[in-house]
Design a protein around this ligand. Structure first.
Ligand SMILES: [Zn+2]
Length: 498
């Protein structure tokens, strides 16, 4: 007998529909899975057999063939355990054949149904009328497939319900997810006027930022407050972020994610961890998990140069493309990059107190020079706050800064882009005409070789943001351009005189 159950497998951040066909026939007892299963998927054999026996059903001592169609797409992970088990029970006549049934979930040997990464995109890809999902995933899955979801805790739940002995278990009456904790506030940051301003420029214009300063200066504290300055996610962005986090196997304790994400991968992160890919399902990397939010690279100089190089394409295009046997997957990667580093290996920097030999400082500066640095528009020096700052009153709160940020973002939308950093070509020329003196300043910088063609565009974009935050006048003044050039200066790395 033949039984067919709908399911799905994960490819990047997308679910691909999979039809699980189970055939039970006379012949030598055996259990074969075909259709490009990976190692974990092939191991379903042993889990499914144990789970079926633990659920007081009979394991058919006949020839069992499982076909995962379409055969050209690789099937990854343990999520096909549940549909295979249901298929075996149907094809061996222990359950009535039901059409239009979908399922995914990993089986424990005791018949329990466990969560799998990517519940949200998986459920979305299953066209069936009823979709059985692990109970722990049910709430977040309910966000996309609504009343089609059936939450399953044990394989016995499925058996009892399909046999008509029990009604389908009710969705646990949506205990409202606890609200996400409030975001960190700029009111906690004492002093640091130039870093505060740079954070505001970064948030308003979407300009990548590098914070340079000694350990303990508060670089991480500043970076962590950046998501609170960004505009809240709209429903489509919230769904995109939640899908990516689901596919990456990250927990979703607060249901749909409404806050711009903040991801801070360690400097030992591999290329696959940072940009996604690797073997198997092309799991999304940190740059995708940070999409629509902030990617924070602390100790930038410690990241492997090849890993940083891999960030170039995503930063430029806003997507990561991962080629796989089953086709290319595209994963979102529209991030605001914030990096932090010490001014030199000893951390002191400057001319006084630094113990690093000049050659060490030069090598340190070279490590992060080049193409990635070229894409960083704002560089500020962060010093340890002055004692009088620490004792001073509270500073401007994030909510006030976020209002100005939103204003600049709405100006950018009027110009047809998401943020000023995306302006280029004709739209940049129209949105940011240069006053004569400002043009002369840029010409000088180009002639002296202080600026590249790409640098020129980026300086105009930053100057546009600076003027937008000031009085939103129509053209770029010399002072706007001067400040933008100053913020792009690489002086703080490798010491003040590098
Ligand atoms: Zn030093």
């Amino acid at each position: 007998m033949l039984a067919t159950i709908s399911s799905a497998t994960l490819a990047g951040v997308d679910g691909r529909p999979v039809s699980v066909e189970v055939h039970v026939a006379d012949g030598l007892p055996g259990f074969t899975i075909v259709g490009l299963p990976d190692a974990s998927c092939r191991e379903a054999r042993d889990r499914v057999r144990a789970a079926v026996i633990s659920s007081d059903c009979t394991w058919p001592l006949r020839r069992i063939t499982v076909n995962l169609a379409p055969g050209a797409i690789p099937k990854v992970g343990a999520g096909l355990d549940l549909p295979i088990a249901i298929g075996v029970l149907m094809a061996s006549g222990q359950l009535p054949a039901v059409s239009d049934l979908g399922a995914f979930g990993e089986l424990g040997l005791d018949g329990s149904v466990r969560a799998v990464p990517g519940a949200l995109p998986l459920a979305d890809a299953i066209p069936a009328e009823r979709v059985l999902v692990p109970a722990t995933d049910a709430q977040v899955v309910g966000l996309v497939v609504g009343s089609r979801v059936r939450a399953i805790r044990m394989l016995t739940d499925v058996v009892a319900s399909l046999a008509g002995q029990l009604p389908w278990p009710d969705l646990p009456l949506a205990p409202e997810s606890p609200p996400a904790p409030p975001m960190l506030d700029m009111a906690d940051v004492r002093g640091q006027p130039s870093a505060r301003l740079a954070l505001e420029y970064a948030a308003a214009g979407g300009h990548h930022l590098l914070l340079v300063g000694p350990p303990g200066a508060g670089k991480t504290m500043l970076a962590r407050r950046l998501p609170g300055l960004l505009p809240a996610l709209d429903p489509a962005q919230a769904m995109e972020v939640t899908r990516v986090h689901s596919a990456a196997g990250l927990s979703l304790p607060h249901g749909l994610i409404w806050q711009p994400p903040f991801r801070a991968p360690h400097h030992s992160a591999s290329m696959a961890a940072l940009v996604g890919g690797g073997s198997g399902s092309a799991r999304p990397g940190e740059v995708s998990a940070a999409s629509n939010g902030v990617l924070f690279l602390d100790e930038l100089g410690e990241f492997a140069p090849s890993v940083l190089d891999a960030l170039r394409q995503p930063l430029e295009e806003g997507v990561v493309r991962v080629a796989r046997a089953g086709g290319t997957t595209e994963q979102p990667a529209r991030v605001l990059l914030v990096a932090a580093m010490n001014p030199c290996p000893c951390g002191v920097g400057g001319d006084v107190g630094c113990r690093c030999p000049a050659s060490t400082r030069a090598r340190y500066a070279r490590r992060i020079s080049g193409p990635l640095l070229d894409r960083i528009d704002l560089m500020v020096h962060v010093d340890r706050p002055h004692p009088s700052d620490l004792l001073g009153g509270s500073a401007e709160p994030s909510s006030a800064i976020a209002e100005r940020v939103e204003l600049v973002r709405s100006l950018a939308r009027d110009r047809g882009v998401r943020c000023n950093a995306e302006l280029q070509g004709e739209s940049l020329a129209q949105a940011a005409p240069l006053e004569a003196e400002a043009r002369a300043l840029l010409e000088q910088a180009l002639l002296k070789g202080q600026l590249s063609g790409r640098g020129l565009r980026r300086i105009q974009c930053v100057a546009r943001t600076i003027r937008d935050l000031d009085d939103a006048g129509p053209s770029l003044r010399p002072c706007d351009v001067m400040r933008a050039i100053g913020l792009r200066s690489r002086a703080p790395i490798g010491g003040a005189d590098a």
